[in-house]
Design a protein around this ligand. Structure first.
Ligand code: GLA
Length: 391
């Protein structure tokens, strides 16, 4: 059963009538451009065909009543009395409501059912998917214009200030603005995005190591601080402003750790632009090589990989048809991503799973992913437009 059917049928079972609206927002995998977003740099993620879905209808009393089918739990809160609570899926809903209200929007309440198939904590942005699905729902029932970039910013604010995770803009922006069949080259300073077609004949395969690391947040914040210190040393607003040449000319004066961190970001920005250019030419081979170089840089200079991620990448690179592989997302655990010739994708997935399992005893999850559209309304009834007119 598709998730759309699941949230819709469960809605009907609970409320006795069809939902006014079904929305979805995807997770993402980043092809290249890692730990560059908070340096005002470039990233090249694609939205994946795994998403969070919400079936809903408006409520007249300014409350949100949401049932997560995955957690088998219902949460209920009033939009005029939002309060932070302990870590919980509903905090993302409240955080997005809070950010929209802070931005001056008048929100209507709603009730509905939620479900998703973006694995949680795997580095595929299940939280951005939940945030953007929530934003899409509020926007539709409150009559707000849907501006993907604005909604991504507000969702990032929810994550930073309500949930308390100091992430950059990449995950929310790709979940809001993704385009089927394409990755998006994002300038994380201007927030301009350019759709770049996936090279023909190549497939993106996500390789989940089945490891999760607890220290991601503190290591992430430490990397951010190191990058800021490096930008300051170069006299720039952000490492985005430092070219490879400028880096080489001056970096000898930096301490060894800061130099490595900065080298990753400066070279990764250059690789990301080269990767987008290669994709535009349909050059999957060059894209794959750039992904390999990105992994080495994340492993050795930025030091955010892990033994399992490195092993997964090695298993991938040994297979026929593998054009490139790297860790993806924040790192320390979670997923790697590989670019694989389409004809080899099936054999590749089976063999990498077997090799990784034999080496670690862990059972990895392997998904062949298609590039999907960003957050959207997938079904709405005439009831919704009628109810919006009445108010
Ligand atoms: C996490 C963050 C993103 C980005 C990546 C690393 O996914 O949420 O903003 O910084 O790590 O590229």
């Amino acid at each position: 059963m598709s998730l759309q059917t699941r949230v819709t049928e469960e809605f009907e079972r609970r409320y006795g009538s069809p939902p006014a609206l079904v929305v979805r927002a995807p997770g993402r995998v980043n092809l290249i451009g890692e730990h560059t977003d908070y340096n005002d740099g470039f990233v090249l993620p694609m939205a994946i065909d795994r998403a969070t879905w919400i079936a809903l209808r408006p409520r007249a009393d300014g409350r949100v009543v949401a049932t997560s089918l995955d957690f088998e739990e219902t949460r209920d809160f009033a939009l005029d009395a939002l309060q932070t609570g302990v870590a919980h899926w509903s905090e993302y809903l409240k955080g997005v409501a809070w950010a929209l209200i802070q931005a001056g929007h008048a929100l209507r309440g709603w009730e509905g059912t939620l479900a998703g198939d973006v694995p949680i904590g795997a580095g595929l942005s299940s939280s951005a998917a939940l945030e953007l699905a929530t934003a899409r729902a509020f926007a539709a029932i409150s009559g707000l214009a849907w501006e993907p970039t604005v909604m991504a910013r507000l969702s990032q604010r929810a994550e930073n200030e309500w949930v308390g995770v100091n992430c950059g803009i990449m995950d929310q922006l790709i979940s809001a603005a993704g385009k089927a069949g394409h990755a998006l080259l994002m300038d994380c300073r201007s927030l301009e995005t350019q759709a770049v077609p996936m090279p023909a004949g190549a497939t993106v395969v996500v390789l989940d190591t089945a490891t999760r690391r607890g220290l991601v947040d503190s290591a992430y914040n430490e990397r951010r601080a190191q990058c800021e210190a490096a930008a300051k040393f170069f006299g720039m607003k952000a490492l985005r402003d430092v070219s490879v040449e400028q880096f080489e000319a001056k970096s000898g004066q930096l301490d060894v750790i800061t130099r490595r961190r900065a080298r990753h970001v400066v070279t990764e920005n250059a690789r990301t632009l080269q990767a987008a250019a290669a994709m535009r030419q349909g050059d999957a081979v060059t894209l794959g090589q750039l992904m390999n170089a990105s992994h080495v840089s994340l492993r050795d200079d930025f030091e955010v990989s892990s033994a399992e991620l490195n092993l997964m990448v090695e298993c991938a690179l040994k297979q026929a048809g593998c054009l490139g592989a790297r860790m993806t997302g924040a790192g320390f655990g979670g997923c790697a991503v590989a670019l694989v010739r389409e004809a080899d994708a099936h054999a590749f997935s089976t063999q990498v799973a077997a090799d990784y399992r034999a080496a670690t005893g862990l059972k990895p999850d392997i998904y062949v992913c298609a590039a999907a559209d960003g957050a959207g309304i997938v079904a709405s009834s005439s009831l919704l437009s009628a109810s919006l007119v009445i108010e």
